[in-house]
Design a protein around this ligand. Structure first.
Ligand SMILES: [Zn+2]
Length: 247
């Protein structure tokens, strides 16, 4: 009785629950499939204790044994870590209440309404234009090639690599820092937008839950966080929301 009854119950669920269920089901199916494959490979690691004859010349038995044990260890570890992240993922997907999801959506709508998406696209277009313009100017400079050992030829592909990866690297560092600063500003603005929609309280609790689910560490060195974090630290976001949380 059980199975048919629960299948019937599933079809009567509202669409969003069925979609959610299907996503979870697929995720677990992939997990089980991967586990099944990993177990098959694991059996090979366990049973193949001697170097195959064809490889006798190229691999000594000591290296073979080391590699075998290493792979066995790795497969044990990845089984448990995979199981952990699958269960964690299932719980996480069920973590937020509807109002909190709505508050996060309010934040995302803020990004859109305040033109953050468009601004980011314009910046990245301008950046591409600038980079290719400089590339066109620099590709003819022979000294760039000889600096990396290409004295007699200037292959374009190598030029691409040298200019984009090495010559532009100081510029890329500065640019990425500026973008990080800008991104943090945008996050505060989007939070403020959600607050204006009256979602301060729900966003407040959603941010805490999301941080908990992601195992975000709440304290950070100011210089490290200024350089690396595209999102403001949790405490700063909560403080900014707090001022009008009551309404
Ligand atoms: Zn955001």
């Amino acid at each position: 009785m059980g199975m048919w009854a629960s299948l019937d119950a599933m079809w009567e669920m509202p669409a969003e629950k069925r979609i959610f269920g299907a996503v979870l089901l697929f995720s677990w199916t992939v997990y089980l499939w991967e586990t099944f494959l990993a177990q098959r490979q694991r059996r090979i690691y366990k049973t193949t204790t001697h170097v195959p004859l064809e490889l006798g010349q190229i691999m000594d038995s000591e290296t073979f044994e080391k590699s075998r044990l290493y792979q066995l260890d790795k497969s044990t570890f990845s089984f448990w870590s995979g199981l952990y992240s699958e269960i964690e993922g299932t719980n996480k997907k069920q973590g937020c209440k509807n109002e909190e999801v709505l508050a996060v959506l309010g934040h995302e709508l803020g990004h859109w309404k305040l033109g953050h998406t468009v601004k980011n696209i314009i910046i990245s277009q301008m950046n591409s234009f600038l980079c290719f313009f400089l590339f066109a100017v620099l590709i003819g400079r022979k000294e760039l090639f000889s600096a990396f050992g290409f004295y007699n030829s200037q292959p374009t592909l190598i030029g691409l690599l040298i200019i984009f990866q090495f010559i532009f690297s100081p510029y890329n560092e500065v640019l990425s820092f500026c973008l990080t600063v800008l991104s943090r500003r945008f996050e505060f603005q989007a939070d403020a937008f959600a607050k204006k929609l009256g979602k301060a309280k729900d966003l407040y609790s959603a941010l805490i839950k999301l941080n908990k689910d992601n195992l975000g560490f709440p304290v950070s060195d100011w210089l490290f966080s200024m350089w690396h974090y595209s999102h403001p630290p949790l405490l700063e976001r909560l403080q900014a929301l707090e001022s009008s949380k009551q309404d």
